[in-house]
Ligand binder design. Structure first.
Ligand code: UTP
Length: 296
């Protein structure tokens, strides 16, 4: 690994095989990644963020009941033909934005939801021997530029592995992977000296949590191959990153943006309000409606 000329990040992995139990019954038939924030599925925001970051290949680790994700990124031939016949060109353009280039999307199944680390490991053959980005789509990050673009710029400067981090209230640290920082490179970039998944509040090394965006070296797959289940009985990505930490550099990147955890009901509702308010076509009409609701 050379810090001067790190290999280009061309691929992104989206683990989307989780059960989404916190959103039942909505997720009985609909994958949680297909729940919409305003008028776009959560997964599409993640793909657009990756495109903005220069990613060329999109790898979805899916599971049973997740076919809608594959269909969403495919050509909807009959729908487009009908729209064309009706002269609905603007709507056709909206659909075009959902289609990756031919051959630029891959889908692999995680047959059992054994944990995030296991889901990432399922992508090993498609990623191959090159660095890759990893995005947890339900952590929606509102940033300009997007969080992944910021991280890839950091990776291009430093090489190694880069993990997006953000501060949370101390009493929430037991829900996440938590990092301890070492050397400071600039106000947003620090080396990581330790990581722990879902620590007890009193044991957490900081209030900085890993927030769903990573740039990882392919050696992570060697660690994942033998990773034993950790917190919650799941194969945890953080545990394999800890194993790799003694061999490779890990950088924490304090991104510029706001996170909405769309795997959680409150985070999901907040995302809908924030994204609607931010939309020039919807925000001005929505704001008085929201004000009215708030003052009832
Ligand atoms: P979460 O724990 O947030 O997702 O996993 P979940 O298990 O679907 O949600 P709940 O708690 O039951 O409501 C974080 C990410 O990792 C993926 C999920 O799809 C989500 O994007 N994941 C998790 C997998 O792909 N496979 C797994 O075995 C576990």
């Amino acid at each position: 690994m050379s810090a001067k000329s790190p290999r280009k990040v061309r691929k992104v992995v989206f683990p989307v095989a989780g059960l989404g139990t916190r959103f039942l019954p909505a997720t009985k038939v609909i994958p949680k990644e297909m729940l919409t924030v305003v008028d776009k599925p959560v997964i599409q925001y993640a793909v657009e963020e990756a495109i903005e970051a220069g990613i060329e290949h999109f790898i979805f680790v899916t599971g049973r009941g997740k076919n809608a994700i594959e269909d969403h990124f495919d050509l909807a031939y009959e729908l487009e033909a009908t729209l064309k016949a009706r002269g609905k060109t603007a709507e056709i353009e909206i659909l075009k934005a959902t289609r990756p280039l031919f051959g630029a999307a891959s889908f692999v199944r995680q047959q059992e939801p054994l944990g995030l680390g296991h889901a990432v490991w399922c992508a090993r053959d498609i990623v191959g021997d090159e660095p890759f980005a990893l995005t947890l789509p339900d952590m929606l990050i509102h940033g300009k530029p997007g969080c992944l673009a910021q991280m890839i710029e950091t990776y291009n400067n430093h090489g190694g592995n880069v993990v997006a981090v953000e501060q949370v209230p101390h009493e929430h640290v037991n829900r996440y992977g938590v990092v301890a920082l070492g050397k400071t490179f600039n106000e947003r970039t620090h080396s990581i000296t330790a990581m722990v998944e879902k620590p007890k509040i009193e044991d957490a090394p900081s209030d900085l949590i890993i927030s769903g965006r990573y740039v990882l070296q392919p050696e992570i797959f060697e660690k994942l191959a033998t990773q034993k289940p950790g917190a919650g009985g799941e194969i945890q990505l953080t545990d394999s990153m800890i194993a790799l930490l003694s061999e490779q550099d890990f950088f924490a990147y304090k991104f510029d943006g706001k996170t909405y955890d769309c795997g959680d009901k409150i985070g999901y509702l907040a995302a809908n309000v924030a994204y609607a308010l931010d939309r020039p076509d919807i925000g001005p009409q929505f704001r008085p409606v929201l004000d009215d609701l708030m003052h009832k």
